[in-house]
Design a protein around this ligand. Structure first.
Ligand code: ATR
Length: 286
């Protein structure tokens, strides 16, 4: 793909700190191989102090990259320092994907797309539901609230241990979004068709509270953005209680697709082979 200075560049990056755990190179190298494309994708460990200078190399065309992903803790700075952040990332205040167009750094946030595309694949029709409950009000929660709202949900109930953070999101994302304390969870899930855990509860063997999902509507879907382990405590509980569940690994895979298309010009697929590559890596490295 050609960059703003019309030089041939086919090397993308993920920039973060720490970035060592990132599985993005596995995903993009798999797709590069699948298309038979010459190209690469590298991890860049960049400290917050050094990140603005890195953005400057993207601006002045000396970076040697055609674009890349941005991860913690640079998503906010990347949104601020890019030339053309789109509406999605402006509303979130955070960018995770950068590319060049018309000599400018374009920025978007594909986390919400990844969330919705995973459900489209694993639970088609999920967006016919009207009410969603989002557990958690951190960084990951925002993109999910945005995606669920943009797919037409009428009511999005954000439940969080720290009520003020849920309130801040309700203010940010408009009248369909309401804020609730954790203690109200039982009442808040009544009649909802979609339950999403966006907290770290249950991650890597950590315990998670028992939730009685029975007040959800019949046919409700329970999903978790935690994907280590794949079958999280919340998903286990929901399955036992007879609800359809969707694990969070697909969100990671799907959020990568728009960037690949921008950088390398091909639309990649998220299939069982790619999923297995990541599962094997998780088995090896945890
Ligand atoms: P991320 O960017 O991954 O969403 P984060 O911004 O640290 O991470 O947010 C973590 C979320 O998990 C928050 O909603 C947090 O609740 P608080 O806002 O009250 O801190 C939630 N969380 C983490 N540990 C929790 C626990 N033990 N019980 C309840 N909620 C928890």
């Amino acid at each position: 793909m050609r960059d703003s200075r019309e030089t041939f560049v086919n090397h993308a990056f993920v920039a973060g700190s720490p970035v060592g755990h990132s599985r993005s190179p596995l995903i993009h190298r798999h797709w590069l191989n699948a298309f038979g494309l010459a190209g690469d994708y590298s991890k860049l460990e960049i400290s917050p102090d050094d990140f603005p200078a890195f953005m400057e190399t993207l601006h002045n065309g000396t970076s040697g990259f055609c674009g890349g992903n941005i991860t913690i803790p640079h998503k906010e700075t990347a949104c601020r320092l890019s030339d053309r952040p789109d509406e999605l990332c402006l509303e979130l205040g955070a960018a995770n994907t950068l590319w060049f167009e018309g000599g400018e750094i374009q920025a978007t946030n594909t986390d919400g797309f990844g969330f919705a595309a995973n459900l489209d694949q694993q639970a088609p029709g999920w967006d016919k539901q009207e009410t969603a409950v989002v557990l958690g009000a951190g960084g990951a929660s925002r993109a999910i609230i945005q995606a669920v709202r943009d797919r037409g949900f009428k009511s999005i109930r954000v439940v969080n241990r720290t009520l003020d953070k849920a309130r801040e999101l309700a203010d940010r994302f408009g009248e369909k979004v309401s804020a609730h304390p954790l203690e109200a969870l039982g009442e808040v899930i009544t009649g909802a068709g979609l339950f999403i855990n966006t907290t770290s509860l249950g991650m890597k063997g950590a315990s998670a509270p028992q939730i009685d999902f029975s007040p959800l509507s019949a046919g409700a879907i329970v999903t978790d953005i935690v994907y280590v382990p794949l079958l999280t405590p919340f998903l286990q509980q929901a399955e036992k209680q007879g609800f359809k569940t969707v694990d969070g690994l697909g969100m990671l895979l799907h959020q990568a697709a728009p960037g690949f298309e921008k950088w390398f010009g091909k639309q990649p697929v998220v299939d069982a082979e790619l999923r297995q590559i990541i599962i094997d890596d998780m088995d090896r490295h945890g």
